[in-house]
Write a protein that binds this ligand. Structure first.
Ligand code: ZN
Length: 280
């Protein structure tokens, strides 16, 4: 349970999630180490619990980012990235690992008070920080983002069609869903309408909520929320700007491309649920 209260200080049998850059330390047995397996330190940050065992996060002391997944460490073990972990381990463990990455990454970029420039101090038992001079409380804030599976009816006798897009950055070979960050003052649904309008020029019926996923790959605190919606005009074709997106196309649900987002992502859950006709 990421975020669950962790009573008391770290104990030798508690889990230890050490972060360097975008990677986590795994022990020689391929599992997360225990506190007792690592050099003593006093700056463990509470992450939550896994099967009732408290888990703690910490930055790798030398701060060096390992060059690749599987790189050796000083301790017996290896470094692994979140995508590789998430593809391999249970959802609760992947969530805990994602929280460790997000909490530790956030701390590196939130060291000074934004109001008075003093160095922020720890808040015991929380990932938050507080200014010792002016009292400003600095919680770890979330960045909500939306993604949407847009469909339209297919030609007579054919299945519905799903809108997929290709980006000009990141994994450019994937056919993905339209997505974007929510802006201040905006509802999730308004963000869905705006992103689809901006990115492909389509208007939608009212979006329907599907589910959510904390996402450890796009900076600290990203919370993805998924929606389904139907194109308001079934004959409208998507138009891309050529900058953020390089392609956008309707695909019949029985003929989706092979290059889809990974199985551990809410993008894929949305696509698979739409394909199966079980928009939950
Ligand atoms: Zn301050």
């Amino acid at each position: 349970m990421p975020g669950a209260g962790v009573p008391g200080p770290p104990e030798p049998h508690h889990l230890a999630l050490v972060v360097a850059g975008r990677r986590l330390l795994l022990g020689a047995d391929g599992r997360f180490p225990r506190i007792r397996d690592l050099p003593a330190r006093s700056d463990w940050v509470p992450l939550g619990t896994l099967d009732g065992v408290p888990a703690w996060g910490g930055a790798q002391p030398d701060g060096e980012e390992p060059a690749a997944d599987g790189a050796r460490t000083d301790e017996p073990g290896r470094w692994t990235g979140w995508p590789a972990l998430a593809a391999e381990v249970s959802a609760p463990l992947a969530a805990l690992a994602g929280r460790a990455l997000q909490v530790i990454t956030w701390r590196r970029s939130h060291r000074w008070c934004g109001a008075c420039r003093a160095e922020l101090a720890e808040v015991p038992g929380e990932p938050a920080r507080r200014c010792p001079d002016c009292g400003l409380y600095v919680p770890m804030q979330l960045s909500p983002a939306v993604l949407v599976a847009v469909t339209r009816p297919g030609p007579a006798g054919r299945p519905d069609e799903l809108l997929l897009v290709r980006h000009s950055y990141g994994p450019t070979e994937l056919w993905a869903l339209v997505a974007g960050f929510v802006e201040a003052g905006e509802t999730l649904e308004a963000a869905v309408h705006r992103e689809v309008g901006e990115e492909v020029g389509l208007t939608l019926t009212e979006p329907v909520y599907f589910g959510s996923q904390p996402w450890a790959m796009s900076g600290p605190g990203v919370l993805l929320t998924g929606f389904t919606a139907t194109s308001a005009d079934p004959t409208a074709e998507p138009v891309v700007d050529g900058r953020e997106l390089v392609a956008a196309r309707w695909f019949p649900l029985d003929a989706l491309p092979a290059e889809l987002p990974p199985a551990y992502s809410i993008s894929r859950w949305l696509i698979d649920a739409t394909r199966a006709g079980t928009r939950r």
